[in-house]
Design a protein around this ligand. Structure first.
Ligand code: G6P
Length: 492
């Protein structure tokens, strides 16, 4: 089994002569002013939280966009700060973007074009020429920041996600013999039929194919990518090696399902400190004596939150005996709020919550509690431990790490996962109660069946899922990718 130690050993033995650089848009930690004091928050979303324990043993440099209002306060002249603050293990190098750059690259091309393009959530992508120009400028900016950091050394560079498609190409053009590059695509890759509408499709494919290794969560995403390349640009597909050769450069394509640090989460979740936080939540949300359904998500339209609320509404309507006994607690972490669809999603959620509460509330009970705020990992663990059922109802999701964090945190005596069949995690967690979030009735009945599942069945299913996440943990994900990367040789 891969552990933090075995991953650390691999890095120490095989990577010691080289620099190790991870690159992502979202930073793992941001520094924020709060009442005049600087606080450090962990970055939201799966990518930042999953890679942090990996970087803690790799001791390399993580390059990412600065996002906190106090970020500039804590860095050195090169924009660097050691993190995590309580036990600094690695270097975070921040890249500052102007408002125009952030608008065009992040809100625009990344999140109004590529994000809806790659998630089948029926939201039309918007391709603006101006956004694309900024996307290129910012990808260049990242490449300069990385090359400044590397100097004339050799380095393994591991790039994350759809915000940085062009980075492999920019890096390889400038330092062809110095770098070995992996790129991991954290969101789904749909079929050619969807991708072909993108006006910049060729540049995106060329950018990604400058990597030496390109990873996706599922074999299905890999197949879709290879098919897209086959139909879109001149290249040779080697089906035996499962690679793509273009202009004498080979890119190996592989599936690696991302995960979480099972042992780390499992052990901290049962700490006294987390138990205290759990009790505070029980008081704050008045959960004592009730069964709790929980959702924790970024407030993103791909997560299926309105569908979930409608299923809860249907459930109280069809099973009135659950009134006053069950509470649905939804924690929403605000995200990408400058994009109109995210604003209207917030309004839609507010309206649905109000409607349900108006319909069913009694003097001492409210069926839905919606709390819009940032939660730390320990707070998330406390919430997972108080939930009888966790609901993950993504309309489409590359993996979904809330599902795996929940499985890792749950105490033995309770817990069941209701999981969308359209989240990548459903391929591994087949013992969850799988739902189609578009099928209101089936979804709603499945929530009830998770709530009333006989104890023996529940425990068996949860034990199986725990074992899967324990084995297929984040260190295995990183270890497999880095082992493959280490087989590649620097060009002379
Ligand atoms: C998803 C994406 C990540 C992104 C995260 C949070 O997990 O795959 O690349 O960082 O969401 O989104 P945000 O836009 O807030 O960074």
């Amino acid at each position: 089994m891969w552990t933090q130690e075995s991953l650390g050993q691999l890095i120490r033995e095989k990577m010691q002569d080289y620099l190790f650089v991870v690159v992502s848009n979202r930073e793992p930690y941001s520094h924020i002013f709060n009442k005049g004091r600087v606080e450090c928050h962990r970055g939201i979303g799966g990518v930042a939280s999953a890679l942090d324990p990996v970087m803690q043993v790799c001791h390399g440099t993580w390059v990412a966009q600065a996002s906190g209002d106090a970020d500039y306060k804590v860095v050195d002249k090169m924009g660097r700060v050691k993190v995590p603050p309580e036990k600094p293990f690695y270097t975070l190098k921040r890249v500052w973007l102007s408002k125009e750059e952030e608008n065009g690259y992040y809100f625009g091309f990344s999140n109004e074009a590529l994000w809806p393009l790659c998630h089948m959530a029926f939201q039309r992508p918007v391709f603006r020429k101006n956004d694309w120009e900024y996307y290129k400028i910012v990808n260049e900016k990242f490449s300069k920041a990385i090359l400044d950091e590397i100097g004339d050394r050799k380095a393994f560079v591991w790039i994350q996600d759809y915000q940085l498609c062009l980075l492999p190409k920019f890096l390889k053009e400038r330092a062809p013999n110095q770098l070995i590059i992996a790129h991991f695509w954290h969101i789904p890759w749909l079929g050619y039929e969807s991708f072909r509408i993108c006006p910049q499709k060729k540049e995106i494919l060329e950018g990604l194919l400058a990597s030496d290794l390109l990873g996706f969560h599922l074999r299905y995403h890999c197949d879709n990518f290879v098919d897209t390349v086959d139909r879109e640009i001149e290249s040779k597909i080697d089906r035996e090696r499962f690679s793509i050769i273009r202009a004498e450069h080979e890119t190996i394509i592989r599936p690696y399902p991302i995960s979480v640090d099972f042992e780390g989460i499992h052990s901290t979740a049962s700490l006294e400190e987390v138990e205290k936080i759990r009790q505070l939540f029980v008081q704050e949300f008045d959960l004592s004596g009730r069964r709790v359904l929980l959702g924790i998500d970024r407030l993103d339209y791909t997560k299926g939150i309105p569908e979930r609320l409608k299923a809860i509404d249907f459930m109280f309507n069809q099973y009135p005996e659950l009134k006053e006994k069950v509470v649905f607690l939804q924690i929403g972490q605000p995200t990408r709020l400058h994009i109109p669809i995210y604003k209207s999603l917030n309004d839609e959620i507010n309206t649905l919550v109000e409607e349900i509460n108006w319909k069913y509330s009694t003097r001492d009970w409210k069926p839905v509690i919606f709390s819009r705020h940032y939660v730390s990992l320990k707070e998330a663990e406390a919430l997972y431990r108080l939930a009888d059922v966790c609901i993950v109802s993504s309309l489409h999701d590359g993996m979904n790490l809330v599902a795996k964090e929940y499985i890792s945190s749950c105490p033995d005596e309770k817990g069941m996962l209701v999981l969308s069949q359209f989240a990548g995690a459903a391929k591994e967690l087949t013992d969850a109660v799988l739902v189609n979030p578009f099928d209101l009735e089936q979804f709603s009945k499945s929530i009830v069946s998770a709530l009333i599942m006989p104890e023996e069945d529940r425990r068996k299913r949860m034990d199986k899922m725990k074992e899967i996440v324990r084995q297929n943990n984040i260190f295995r994900w990183a270890g497999k990718i880095l082992s493959e990367l280490l087989k590649l040789e620097f060009k002379e």
